[in-house]
Design a protein around this ligand. Structure first.
Ligand SMILES: *[C@@H]1O[C@H](CO)[C@@H](O)[C@H](O)[C@H]1NC(C)=O
Ligand SMILES: *[C@@H]1O[C@H](CO)[C@@H](O)[C@H](O)[C@H]1NC(C)=O
Ligand SMILES: *[C@@H]1O[C@H](CO)[C@@H](O)[C@H](O)[C@H]1NC(C)=O
Ligand SMILES: *[C@@H]1O[C@H](CO)[C@@H](O)[C@H](O)[C@H]1NC(C)=O
Ligand SMILES: *[C@@H]1O[C@H](CO)[C@@H](O)[C@H](O)[C@H]1NC(C)=O
Ligand SMILES: *[C@@H]1O[C@H](CO)[C@@H](O)[C@H](O)[C@H]1NC(C)=O
Ligand SMILES: *[C@@H]1O[C@H](CO)[C@@H](O)[C@H](O)[C@H]1NC(C)=O
Ligand SMILES: *[C@@H]1O[C@H](CO)[C@@H](O)[C@H](O)[C@H]1NC(C)=O
Ligand SMILES: *[C@@H]1O[C@H](CO)[C@@H](O)[C@H](O)[C@H]1NC(C)=O
Ligand SMILES: *[C@@H]1O[C@H](CO)[C@@H](O)[C@H](O)[C@H]1NC(C)=O
Ligand SMILES: *[C@@H]1O[C@H](CO)[C@@H](O)[C@H](O)[C@H]1NC(C)=O
Ligand SMILES: *[C@@H]1O[C@H](CO)[C@@H](O)[C@H](O)[C@H]1NC(C)=O
Length: 468
């Protein structure tokens, strides 16, 4: 800052004395709303482009950089462009309604509309990609959480399985990423996993839950305004831990797939069409299936099931051959203690890749799909202690999916930015509550940027971390 003030010394001379006492920084700039600073040639492209919450923070960023002489703030993208070398670009600006440009008055080229902007030094610039977390109470031990619109208001709500309270909680989004206190509905004993989708074709999101200690799944149908009917209970195998909703037999009805931890199998409950389900069909997968996900891994337009088994060094790929006929294949992995699994195309080849959470190894595994359901290239990335869950979303607006991972033992969430081909930078961490167990990366305040939502099993709360 001292260096910057020296650069601006001539101009700020009168102002500095009075400002020191107030602990404020001050910079005088001309402001030109609706004008875009234009370079005459490529030598004066912005030397930095950063995401900033607002134009004031963009100015602060400029003040922090000795060479910064001008900024352009794009309101739609929140991109703050910092320019140096502007002196010879005389009077070259163009109209662009979505931007605000400010030129340092020491350049004195643009005097029209000159304003004085002062900002206190304590203004919280959005120094990273995310704001500080907001906290919401849940029931006891929220292990699993999903984010979905359950009252058809186009705002995403939070649905959480409170494992020790034996209920699900719904936190309604009031529209700007702020949530109401939870509304609860009773389910079975120790709900461990929750999923949301329309199971009775009425265009309303229903809730299904895997109840670990009652060996059942609960289906809660949406009554139409975000209120839910009492649970309907279906028996499954021993200690269901992971639940997914997907149409497995191509009849346009959502089926339920559940991993039965102590039965060494998964069960599929086929939907009769009105939200009632048949007895579950069993597929053996090996000991301790702990996490499952559904995706078409071999590009035959049929959803397959990928199952991680807690103490196994292989992952089961259950290929969907034809309307409910399945073929079980195993793929070897180097990790021995996978606790969670997800699927996303991380290298932009339109094939779903697998991401594993390796809790003992403090790493995540990225298994790149060759296209036919084989995963020959496997990469691991170190994360924090005892990672518990991952989510995928485009955090830095480069159209490539990045990864969020919750590190349970160190109570933080790590963001790993994707370099574009499925390799990831080291994680940047953000503190959350105690023992985070579930994470989502999704836009809850309608600004087209994914926010981080975390359920903290140890502190009985949700953290909402909005993107800047
Ligand atoms: C202004 O910038 C444009 C585009 O970079 C360039 O074509 C034009 O020659 C410049 N005008 C002046 C007066 O420098
Ligand atoms: C680009 O503009 C800068 C500043 O006006 C000037 O010094 C430089 O020579 C120009 N470069 C080219 C290649 O025109
Ligand atoms: C700025 O420009 C506008 C439009 O050209 C003009 O009406 C106004 O008087 C100018 N203001 C100053 C302070 O020069
Ligand atoms: C969201 O809206 C509520 C009520 O209008 C308001 O109290 C709250 O400050 C807003 N939050 C944000 C982050 O804009
Ligand atoms: C659930 O299954 C386990 C394992 O078979 C069994 O020990 C337990 O008693 C069952 N619980 C209920 C409520 O049936
Ligand atoms: C929601 O719908 C149910 C069933 O139609 C009704 O009992 C309940 O009062 C409604 N609640 C609200 C808040 O509208
Ligand atoms: C719903 O469940 C509650 C408590 O679990 C019970 O008191 C109520 O009678 C049930 N309602 C219906 C319609 O079954
Ligand atoms: C749903 O469909 C099944 C089979 O067609 C039928 O047995 C059941 O009564 C229906 N349930 C409701 C609530 O309509
Ligand atoms: C497992 O690790 C070994 C040694 O690091 C490596 O040679 C091998 O290719 C890995 N296997 C897989 C399937 O990634
Ligand atoms: C899958 O595709 C890879 C890469 O194209 C190829 O090496 C491999 O043999 C294929 N495997 C099967 C089972 O088709
Ligand atoms: C991905 O890109 C990085 C950086 O550009 C490079 O180091 C790495 O080798 C690439 N990996 C693959 C699998 O192409
Ligand atoms: C990334 O993490 C690895 C392992 O934790 C570490 O050795 C390496 O120095 C880190 N790289 C950067 C650029 O921080």
């Amino acid at each position: 800052m001292a260096a910057r003030l020296n650069i601006c010394f001539v101009h700020l001379f009168v102002l500095v004395a009075q400002l020191v006492a107030q602990n404020t920084h001050l910079m005088t700039m001309s402001i030109m709303s609706g004008w875009q600073f234009q370079c005459a040639n490529s030598t004066c492209l912005p030397f930095a482009t950063i995401r900033m919450l607002n134009i004031r923070n963009c100015q602060i960023a400029c003040l922090d950089q000795v060479q910064c002489q001008a900024i352009t703030f794009h309101q739609s993208s929140s991109n703050c462009e910092l320019f140096s070398n502007v002196l010879n670009q005389n009077r070259n600006i163009s109209i662009n309604a979505g931007t605000i440009t400010m030129i340092d008055m020491s350049g004195t080229r643009f005097s029209n509309g000159s304003i004085t902007v002062s900002t206190t030094a304590t203004t919280t610039a959005c120094s990273s990609l995310f704001l500080d977390p907001t906290t919401y109470s849940t029931g006891s031990t929220p292990f699993s959480m999903v984010v979905a619109d359950v009252n058809n208001d186009n705002h995403l709500d939070i649905i959480v399985a409170n494992s020790v309270s034996n209920n699900v909680g719904i936190l309604f989004n009031i529209g700007n990423g702020t949530f109401r206190s939870q509304t609860v509905y009773s389910v079975g004993t120790n709900p461990r996993s929750v999923a949301v989708a329309d199971v009775n074709n009425d265009n309303k999101s229903d809730i299904v839950v895997a109840n670990y200690n009652s060996n059942t799944t609960s289906v809660l149908l949406n009554a139409g305004n975000g209120t839910f009917l009492n649970q309907t209970i279906y028996s499954v195998g021993a200690n269901p831990v992971s639940i997914v909703i997907a149409d497995m037999n191509n009849d346009n009805k959502s089926d339920i797939i559940v991993a039965n931890y102590n039965s060494s199998n998964i069960g599929i409950l086929f939907n009769t069409g009105n939200g009632t389900f048949l007895n579950h069909s069993i597929f053996e997968v090996g000991s301790y299936p702990i996490s499952l996900v559904v995706a078409d891994v071999n590009n035959d337009n049929k959803p397959d099931i990928i199952v991680a088994k807690e103490y196994s060094n292989n992952i089961s790929i259950i290929l969907n051959m034809n309307n409910g006929v399945f073929l079980n294949k195993a793929i070897q992995v180097n990790s021995t203690h996978i606790i969670s699994i997800t699927v996303a195309d991380v290298n932009n080849d339109n094939k779903p890749d697998i991401i594993t959470v390796n809790c003992d190894a403090n790493s995540i595994g990225i298994l790149l799909n060759a296209g036919n359901g084989t995963f020959p290239n496997q990469i691991t990335r170190s994360v924090g202690a005892y990672p518990r869950a991952v989510a995928v979303g485009d955090v830095n607006s480069d159209n490539i999916p990045d990864i969020a991972v919750v590190n349970a033992a160190v109570s933080n969430v790590g963001i790993l930015l994707n370099t574009g081909n499925g390799t990831f930078l080291n994680q940047t961490t953000y503190s959350v509550g105690d023992t985070p167990a579930s994470v989502a990366l999704i836009d809850v305040n309608n600004d087209n940027k994914p926010d981080i939502i975390v359920a903290n099993a140890g502190s009985d709360e949700i953290n909402v971390i909005l993107h800047c």
